[in-house]
Design a protein around this ligand. Structure first.
Ligand code: NAD
Length: 255
């Protein structure tokens, strides 16, 4: 029986750690060849590639800062050179430096916007142009967040970027529908990664977050694999412009 992503070429940004790495390896385990973008963590990128190769698939790591608009074209071009095309693009790279609103440093705001939102914009545009040129459609998936739907006291610079990438998927779904390119957003709840390690080192906070999750635990990066593979695969061929929460039920648990 063919694997769900058999023969597909998948690109993932920010994949030397966390959700990106799990998703890159997970896609390989479902049959895809995978190119990853990473900013600076050579060792993490090597681990991701080792995981992809252990699944028997081709893996390539390409260094680049997604905040640099030139990195997008470069990532896509080098991925095409290595894998032969792009069928699935996962925009995952992101930062979330927690800070209070009233004295938020200007550079923290601009960096977060540049990485999370502008970086996504130019990456998605470059991937879409490649898919259009190939003429076989494609699937674009953005790691948005539950934070696209709810506020965060120390995330006033971050939540607008996550609402932004959700909105980007809604608009590109319309712009790219005629090319059979599907665009969807995944909205993770709290997934245990580097991004929230310091914040969740506070035991009280962590226990509170856990208590809010109907499924009784915080997420692991591997929890993002199934939903990503679903949206990447032909199983979701009539799904575009959609937003899928992957949060153990946290969002609906308001009482
Ligand atoms: P993480 O810190 O492990 O992963 C983020 C990755 O992005 C890192 O590998 C980092 O190096 C990379 N990155 C950051 N800036 C970059 C840049 N300028 N260029 C290239 N790569 C860059 O954290 P994670 O939790 O795995 O985050 C992955 C995505 O999931 C992020 O977009 C994040 O906003 C989103 N998300 C995470 C959670 C969560 O609870 N962990 C919840 C909702 C959404």
């Amino acid at each position: 029986r063919a694997m769900l992503l058999e023969g597909k070429k998948v690109l993932v940004t920010g994949a030397s750690t966390g959700i990106g790495r799990a998703v890159a390896i997970g896609c390989a385990q479902h049959g895809a060849d995978v190119a990853i973008n990473y900013r600076s963590d050579d060792a993490g990128a090597e681990e991701a590639i080792a995981g992809i190769e252990a699944a028997g698939r081709k893996g390539v790591a390409i260094k680049g800062d997604v905040a640099d608009p030139a990195a997008a074209g470069e990532f896509v071009a080098k991925s095409v050179e290595a894998l032969g095309g792009v069928d699935v693009f996962v925009n995952n790279a992101g930062i979330c430096p927690f800070h209070a609103f009233l004295d938020m440093p200007v550079e923290t705001v601009t960096r977060t916007m540049n990485v999370n939102l502008l970086g996504a914009y130019f990456m998605v545009q470059a991937a879409a142009n490649q898919m259009v040129a190939q003429g076989n459609g494609g699937s674009i998936i953005a790691m948005s967040s539950i934070s696209a739907l709810v506020g965060g006291e120390f995330q006033t610079h971050y939540t607008p970027t996550k609402a932004g990438v959700l909105s980007l998927m809604q608009s590109t779904a319309i712009a790219l529908g005629k090319h059979k390119i599907r665009c969807n957003a995944l909205l993770p709840g709290t997934i245990l990664t580097e991004i929230n390690k310091d914040d969740l080192a506070d035991t009280e906070k962590r226990e509170y977050m856990e208590s809010r999750v109907p499924l009784g635990r915080l997420g692991q990066p591997e929890d993002m694999v199934g939903p990503t593979v679903f949206l990447a695969s032909n199983l979701s061929e009539y799904v575009t412009g959609a937003a899928m929460l992957v949060d153990g039920g946290a969002f609906v648990n308001l009482q």
